[in-house]
Structure formats: structure tokens, C-alpha cells
Design a protein around this ligand. Structure first.
Ligand code: BES
Ligand code: MN
Length: 454
């Protein structure tokens, strides 16, 4: 096998970083959002920009979609004889910006402050895209493995057509190792392999008490209002300690990492005096126990509300599920709980939005060792830790089912201050450099580990 040495790769990444950074900024300027109601044309431009980056690295590139789905970019370069093939995943779509007044600089104008680059999608997940590109550039003509890049265009909106895309391109995507660069690291300076992710079930619950609003003075006192009903109902979801009270959900223990409470409070941005909820170690609470968040409530606005009894109210609920749980049975458990707890005979109805499987990854075998060695080299001798994340990447379980032989390495660029999905999302540029180097070293180590006599 002819490939570059560790030192040559270090030098190559250093050489490539300014260009990688410039291209990252170019991608961040394209506001590709796959949420309903947004203008989807930037997603086309963003796919085209990614396609061009891959073509420039000598990959054979196609932009693919299924049905109404958004464009994914697939780029391939065949393996040298006897070498393994690695699938590199990232997504080019981003979350909506949310409240613009909360941003300290324009979300789609990348801006550097104190060693971090700010902008929507800069970390989640355009830096993931660029880490893959950086590794390809570092090798140039000397890439020691085959690669398939799969850059999705609708991850943040639930990857609706991903399964169909994977089936459509099954043969082209077949690989020995899958690198999913859409997670993050435990801390700055601490490389990490993500080996457990929670599942998700998003749904709506509506309660109704009246055919239409009536005078609150005339009927209040005898007619319950829909917001009272909804409040009681939502309160029933947690016990007094803040643990989820829905029966029948799986709870597990997370890896033996200690998340100091003061660090957690600072990273979350918790207001002083606010208590944490739930019981057990912090990592259990956020990685391997179920949670239910109340994401939104539809009700009259406070500045528009008349003195009338609210006839109907609706809430959006997001459950996160422990590895090992099943979204379908969890949704049934939630509905049964709500139906049982709705007060005063109010009418209750449910609407499902979307779900996704949790997953755990058994990080043993030569390719996981190759990854750990690469991380250690890139972080100057620091061993990687295995972490869980509380967020969800539902299609990992699809990859597991479809490519059961492949080793799935869940990596990423996010650090505890990245604020993905929030205002002022950012990327730690020093860690990004290490992530790029780690990926190049990973491809090298995978080539060495997977070499068979041609
Ligand atoms: N990159 C995240 C997943 C993630 C979250 C990794 C936290 C590491 C830490 C991903 O883009 C994401 O946000 N996924 C959605 C899934 C949903 C749309 C099905 C999520 O977790 O809300
Ligand atoms: Mn992401």
C-alpha cells in the first residue's frame, strides 16, 4: 500500500486548512433549510456546491433525490486493489435560525470571534462535510481506501426519504466502514466516539372542552377551560422529582463518565437558582433515560386574548427514548398515559409527527481500534472516550440493518459550546483542525487495518 505517513498527513492538513475554512464559509452562506414552509432553492445550490467540492477531488458525483425529497450528494472513488471502502456521511441542510434578535452576528454570514466561527450550520453539519473534504484533500492522489461520500439534504427535517435513498443506492453505498460525522466530542481536547444515541417520537395532543369560546364571567367556575385541562395533563408527564412518569419506557445506564453539575449548568446556560430535574447520574438522565419535552402550545396569544373560556388547546411533545426502546410502543405508552390522565372528561386527540430509532454501537473490532488510534494521534496522545448523546440520528439504525457487516463510527465536530440548533451556533476552529486531521489519520489506519492481499 502506498500512502502518506502520519507526519505527511499532519503537514498536508495544515496546508489544506485555509482552503477548507474558506469553503466552509462558502457553504455557511447558503441557507439550505429543509423545513416545511421554507424556500428550498438554497438546498439545490448547497447540493451543487458540495457536488463541486467532491468533483474537484476526483470523485464521480451525482445529486440524487427520491420523490419530493431534498437533494443528497453522492460521490465515489473506487478502492485501490485489496483496500477497504469507507462511507463518509454528513448533511448539508441546516436548522432554521430561530429568533434573529438572539444572534450576535448574521447567521448566514460566518464570523470569527475568539477562536470560534459563528453561523447557522457551521458546526451542524457543514464542518462535518468539510472534515470529509479535508481528509480527501490531504491525500490527493494517494487515497489508500475507496470512499463513498453521502451528503444528505434533509437530516434536520427528519430524513424522510433517506431510507428510500439508501435502498436506491444500496450497491453504490456498500462499504466496510461508515463514518457519520454528525455528533461531537465530550470536551475540547477530548476526542470521543459516540456509541449510543436516543430515539425520538414527536407528536401532538389536543384537548377540547367547548364547541366554541364563551364568556369567562358567565361560565367560568363551572366550565373547565382547555388550558387548565392541558396544564394538568402536561403536569402528569413527570413525577415530583422530574422523572418521566409514563409507564413502559426503557431506561438504562450510560457509560461511566462524570458530568460535573456545575459544568452541565454552565454549558446548558441554566439560570441561577433553577434546579435540575430527574434522578440518577447526569449522563443517564441525558443519554439513556427517556425524556419528554413540551416543545410548543397553541393557545390564544396573551395580547389578543378576550375574556373568554378557551375551548381547545394543543401541545407539541417530544419524547427521547433510551437505546433499546421502540418508538412505536413508546408512542402507544404515551397515548395511553395521556388518555388515562386527562382531567374532567375533556375530549382528547392525538396526532403523530415523526419518530426515529435509538441505537447503540458495539465499538469493538479492528476498525474501531483504527479510529481510536487516529484520535489519539490527532489529539497528541489523549485517548478517546466513548460517549452517548441525548440527540438522535435515527438512520444509524437503518445503516445497521442495511449494512450489518460495516463498522459504524459516529464522530463529529461539535463541542459543548457549539450551540447546535440554537442562536449563535459556532465551531471551535482549533478542534476543527484536529477533527480534520483525525479523519485523515482514520482513513490511513483503516487502510492499514483492512488491507487484504490483492
Ligand atoms: N447532529 C444532531 C444529532 C446530535 C445531537 C448529535 C446532539 C450529537 C449531539 C442531528 O442533526 C439532530 O439534530 N437530529 C435531530 C433528529 C430529528 C430531526 C429526527 C434531533 O436530535 O433532534
Ligand atoms: Mn446534525
Amino acid at each position: 500500500m502506498t500512502t502518506l505517513s502520519v507526519d505527511e498527513l499532519r503537514a498536508a492538513i495544515e496546508r489544506e486548512l485555509p482552503g477548507v475554512r474558506a469553503d466552509l464559509e462558502r457553504l455557511v452562506r447558503i441557507p439550505g433549510i429543509a423545513f416545511d414552509g421554507f424556500d428550498f432553492t438554497p438546498l439545490e445550490r448547497s447540493a451543487e456546491a458540495v457536488a463541486e467540492l467532491l468533483r474537484n477531488e476526483g470523485l464521480e458525483v451525482q445529486i440524487s433525490r427520491v420523490g419530493e425529497g431534498h437533494p443528497a450528494v453522492i460521490g465515489r472513488k473506487a478502492a485501490p486493489a485489496g483496500a477497504p471502502t469507507v462511507l463518509l456521511y454528513a448533511h448539508h441542510d441546516v436548522q432554521p435560525t430561530g429568533d434573529l434578535s438572539q444572534w450576535e452576528s448574521e447567521p448566514f454570514e460566518p464570523t470569527e470571534r475568539d477562536g470560534r466561527l459563528y453561523g447557522r450550520g457551521v458546526a451542524d453539519d457543514k464542518a462535518g462535510v468539510m472534515a470529509h473534504v479535508a481528509a480527501l484533500r490531504a491525500f490527493g492522489e494517494n487515497l489508500p481506501v475507496g470512499v463513498v461520500l453521502f451528503i444528505e439534504g434533509e437530516e434536520e427535517f427528519g430524513s424522510a426519504s433517506l431510507e428510500a435513498l439508501l435502498s436506491k443506492h444500496r450497491d453504490e453505498l456498500a462499504s466496510d466502514v461508515i463514518v457519520i460525522a454528525d455528533s461531537g466530542n465530550w470536551d475540547i481536547g477530548q476526542p470521543s466516539l459516540t456509541t449510543s444515541l436516543r430515539g425520538i417520537v414527536n407528536s401532538f395532543v389536543t384537548v377540547e372542552v367547548l364547541h366554541s369560546a364563551v364568556h369567562s364571567g358567565m361560565y367560568g367556575g363551572a366550565v373547565p377551560d382547555a388550558l387548565m385541562v392541558l396544564s394538568r395533563l402536561l403536569t402528569s408527564l413527570h413525577d415530583d422529582k422530574g422523572d418521566v412518569a409514563v409507564e413502559g419506557l426503557v431506561a438504562k445506564e450510560a457509560s461511566p463518565l462524570d458530568y460535573p453539575e456545575d459544568r452541565f449548568r454552565a454549558e446548558a446556560g441554566l439560570i441561577e437558582g433553577v434546579q435540575l430535574i430527574g434522578t440518577g447520574r447526569l449522563v443517564d438522565r441525558i443519554w439513556t433515560k427517556p425524556t419528554i419535552s413540551i416543545l410548543a402550545v397553541d393557545a390564544p396569544k396573551t395580547n389578543e386574548a378576550p375574556n373568554a373560556i378557551v375551548p381547545k388547546a394543543k401541545a407539541k411533545l417530544s419524547m427521547r427514548l433510551a437505546p433499546g426502546d421502540d418508538p412505536k410502543s413508546a408512542y402507544e405508552a404515551l397515548k395511553a398515559h395521556l388518555a388515562r390522565n386527562v382531567p374532567w372528561g375533556a375530549k382528547i386527540s392525538f396526532e403523530f409527527e415523526h419518530d426515529g430509532n435509538p441505537c447503540v454501537i458495539d465499538a469493538t473490532g479492528k476498525y474501531f481500534d483504527a479510529a481510536r488510534a487516529a484520535f489519539k494521534q490527532a489529539w497528541d496522545g489523549t485517548d478517546a472516550v466513548e460517549i452517548g448523546v441525548g440527540g438522535s440520528i435515527p438512520f444509524i439504525s437503518t445503516f445497521q440493518d442495511m449494512f450489518p457487516q460495516a463498522s459504524i463510527l459516529v464522530t463529529g465536530v461539535e463541542d459543548p459550546n457549539a450551540k447546535a440548533h440554537g442562536p449563535n451556533e459556532s465551531l471551535h476552529l482549533g478542534e476543527f483542525a484536529r477533527v480534520c486531521l483525525a479523519e485523515a489519520l482514520l482513513l490511513r489506519n483503516v487502510a492499514v487495518a483492512g488491507e487484504t492481499v490483492a
